[in-house]
Design a protein around this ligand. Structure first.
Ligand code: SAM
Ligand code: SF4
Length: 326
């Protein structure tokens, strides 16, 4: 079991399969983003070896992310290897959804259990403006393909950005009336790459909830208002789906954090919003034994930062979001 010095049991690993992406969301990366060469990224065997090690240390919950995980070559076989690793209980993926019409069925057959699809608006022009390159129709088809393939419950991630989509939360929330989906509104967090926009255009979860309630009336808490992962979940009375609010900036959930992140270049990052990192890929390539790697991981877990320092104005700027893995 991997425990940190504050007694938190860390058992949830987010693995970034690549820093590359087929979109350029303006809150995530600059349009002229340069990606790491493939040789600098973990190769399939390296990902599987590290996954086995993490699973032996009690990491039983895995989320695959990026960059865009579905653009990684051989993603279906890689997913199969990860889902079949002894000790791994759940494997999900966060994706922009554009390639799901092609991949959802094969990913489900390879053992993937669930997906979170990012969709910030239902307006095609606004969608293009936010993602710079994206086509809303592809993502919508991707959501339907995921549902059809049984990757359920489908969760939708919406980053709310002032001046871009803060009013669109109403139509996104309306989806839950007819669909058994969880629509999650996320506060924009600051990293390198687009820091100014991320700070000035942030909308709080409370503001978004007020906007939704102004149209649908008071939302009912699900689960007695307890956190579901990082989201506080509600529903519109009578709706099929749920609405989640993720207030990472205004009301962080650090006390209950159980996660670690493995970046696509093989670095273990113990808090999304802190620069503290331990390189695993370099020692692995230099011939480290399983015991050496285990010690590195357990030390990193032990030293997991308590939480982020955004309230004190501390912003981690050593990576953009897509290089960490959201
Ligand atoms: N490409 C995939 C996607 O977009 O779903 C996975 C990687 S993306 C970095 C993971 C999640 O982080 C997405 O839901 C995205 O909207 C969110 N995200 C990106 N930049 C963010 C930021 N600055 N603040 C909050 N969430 C952000
Ligand atoms: Fe790509 Fe996801 Fe970042 Fe958008 S949020 S640019 S889809 S990695």
């Amino acid at each position: 079991m991997a425990l940190d010095r504050f007694g938190r049991r860390i058992h949830y690993l987010r693995i970034s399969l690549t820093d590359h992406c087929n979109l350029r969301c303006l809150y995530c990366m600059p349009e002229d983003m340069t990606f790491r060469p493939n040789a600098a990224l973990m190769q399939d065997e390296e990902i599987l070896r590290l996954t086995r090690l993490f699973a032996e240390l009690g990491f039983d919950k895995i989320r695959l992310t990026g960059g865009e995980p579905t653009v990684r070559a051989n993603v279906v076989e890689l997913v199969r290897g990860i889902t079949h690793t002894p000790g791994v209980r759940t494997v999900s993926m966060t994706t922009n959804g554009a390639l799901l019409p092609r991949l959802a069925q094969s990913l489900a057959e390879a053992g993937l259990q669930r997906v979170n699809v990012s969709i910030d608006t239902l307006d095609p022009a606004k969608f293009r403006r936010l993602t710079r390159w994206g086509d809303l129709e592809d993502v919508w088809d991707g959501i339907l393909a995921a549902e059809e393939a049984g990757l359920k419950p489908v969760k939708l991630n919406t980053v709310v950005v002032k001046g871009y989509n803060e009013e669109d939360v109403v139509e996104l929330a309306r989806l839950t009336l007819e669909h058994p989906w969880q629509v999650r509104f996320i506060e924009m967090m600051p990293f390198a790459g687009a820091t100014r926009l991320q700070v000035t255009q942030m909308v709080t979860a409370a503001q978004t909830q007020a906007r939704v309630e102004a149209v649908f009336g008071p939302l009912e808490p699900v689960n007695d208002g307890k956190l579901d992962g990082e989201a506080r979940v509600f529903h519109i009375p009578g709706a099929q789906g749920d609405i989640g609010f993720i207030s990472s900036v205004s009301a962080p959930f650090c006390a209950s954090c159980t996660r670690a992140r493995l970046t696509a270049d093989g670095v273990l990052r113990m808090c999304l919003l802190r620069e503290y990192e331990i390189d695993l890929l370099r020692p692995l390539r230099a011939g480290a034994t399983q015991d050496d790697l285990r010690t590195l991981i357990l030390d990193a877990v032990w030293n997991k930062p308590w939480g982020h320092g955004l309230a004190k104005g501390m912003i981690a700027t050593n990576r953009v979001m897509s290089q960490i893995g959201g």
